[in-house]
Design a protein around this ligand. Structure first.
Ligand SMILES: NC(=O)c1ccc[n+]([C@@H]2O[C@H](COP(=O)([O-])OP(=O)(O)OC[C@H]3O[C@@H](n4cnc5c(N)ncnc54)[C@H](OP(=O)(O)O)[C@@H]3O)[C@@H](O)[C@H]2O)c1
Length: 344
């Protein structure tokens, strides 16, 4: 049986963001509220860790609203979030003080690492020279792994094919598009605003970028995809997806990664599926958690591409746990370039 250990520095408190209301639209003040609890105590087989960085992900907005691939977050519970934490005290043989791990830390300052609790999916982070901690939440973390498997396992890109990526300047889209380039595709990114589009073409090597905030974006998309579209790496849904699917070639593939345009509104528009049928498109939805036992395969390849300069990544870092609600909203207003992270 596990014994509970008293903690030595009880002066510390654990600041947490608790879900108090289910947001309507964007998160409003008070939907997530700061609370203070005692720093948790640990039992045998557990470690206590201080959260250093929090991954801010669109799926958090889904977790606040309804059951999905994970259960809804209950009112009064600490908001679920992935993060990177450093061990400060350990009663687990594989975790030593100073070790770092990523997993579902929650929006809080301290968390318990309990490898027996598979729902929290903690994984120790290896110290790799020149690789920052935050990379394990971005290019070598969930969003990088999502892009990798979405492209390599589902899209299976062929040289010369045209790939269109939506939310292309975000964490997942920016990596998915670059993987498309590495595989020899013509890559077109759809993103909001000139700065993001410039980053895609001038820094990341995309062949073209479409600014969907311009009134002529549909014409821009047509001009950028003269041979139609073979792969839609779909992060947005709604009107953008409709337009992309219209331009798809026979037997194309739609990687249904996310539908962010619907997360703050209720049901995402799914009109595109009539065209899926007529064009005999292969559409596959996927959840990156299904690929966790193949993490090393993806991380090794992404790491290699990054080391050889074939993959670039960027982060938007917001300082302070209390800023997490604003950071979540930034995902829906386009306030981030690359991976959005909160430094606790
Ligand atoms: N299937 C999986 O396992 C999995 C795993 C991770 C992520 N995802 C999905 O991947 C997508 C991207 O996630 P991420 O974490 O990489 O976030 P992100 O792309 O870094 O950030 C979200 C971006 O989406 C764009 N956006 C927001 N609302 C939009 C709208 N109504 N129309 C067009 N663009 C909009 C914004 O950029 P603009 O300025 O360009 O509008 C924003 O910066 C999400 O749909 C997410 O749910 C899926």
């Amino acid at each position: 049986m596990r014994g509970i250990a008293p903690r030595c520095d009880m002066a510390d408190m654990n600041r947490q963001l608790v879900l108090c209301n289910r947001p309507k639209g964007l998160c409003a003040p008070g939907d997530l509220q700061l609370a203070e609890g005692p720093v948790p105590t640990i039992a045998d087989g557990q470690a206590l860790a201080r959260v250093k960085y929090l991954s801010i992900d669109p799926t958090m907005r889904v977790w606040m609203a309804h059951d999905s691939y994970l259960p809804i977050v209950g009112i009064g519970e600490v908001m679920r979030a992935a993060g990177l934490a450093e061990v400060v005290e350990s009663r687990h043989k594989d975790f030593k003080k100073g070790d770092k791990a990523v997993g579902l830390t929650g929006l809080q300052e301290y968390c318990v690492i309990d490898p027996a609790d598979k729902r929290k999916i903690f994984r120790k982070v290896p110290p790799i020279p020149l690789i920052s901690d935050t990379a394990f939440l971005g290019v070598l973390g969930i969003t990088g792994i999502t892009a990798y498997f979405g492209m390599m396992d589902i899209a299976k890109p062929q040289k010369g094919e045209t790939l269109v990526v939506s939310a292309a300047a975000g964490a997942t889209g920016s990596i998915a598009g670059q993987i498309g380039k590495i595989q020899g595709c013509r890559v077109v990114g759809i993103a909001g605003g000139a700065e993001k589009c410039k980053w895609l073409t001038e820094e990341l090597g995309f062949d073209a970028a479409v600014d969907y905030k311009q009134p002529d974006w549909k014409e821009q998309l047509a001009a950028a995809t003269p041979k139609g579209i073979d792969i839609d790496y779909e992060n947005v849904g709604g009107e953008i997806m409709n337009e992309v699917v219209q331009r798809m070639n026979l037997h194309g593939r739609v990687v249904l990664c996310g539908l962010i345009s619907g997360y703050t509104k209720g049901d995402p528009a799914l009109e595109s599926f009539a065209r899926v049928l007529v064009k005999r498109l292969r559409v596959q939805g996927f959840i990156v958690m299904d690929y966790m036992d193949r993490y090393m395969e993806a991380a090794a390849q992404l790491g290699k591409w990054k080391m050889f300069g074939k993959l670039k990544s960027r982060e938007t870092i917001v300082e302070g746990l209390e800023k997490a609600p604003e950071a979540i909203n930034m995902l829906f207003t386009g306030g981030n370039i690359g991976k959005l992270i909160v430094k606790v």
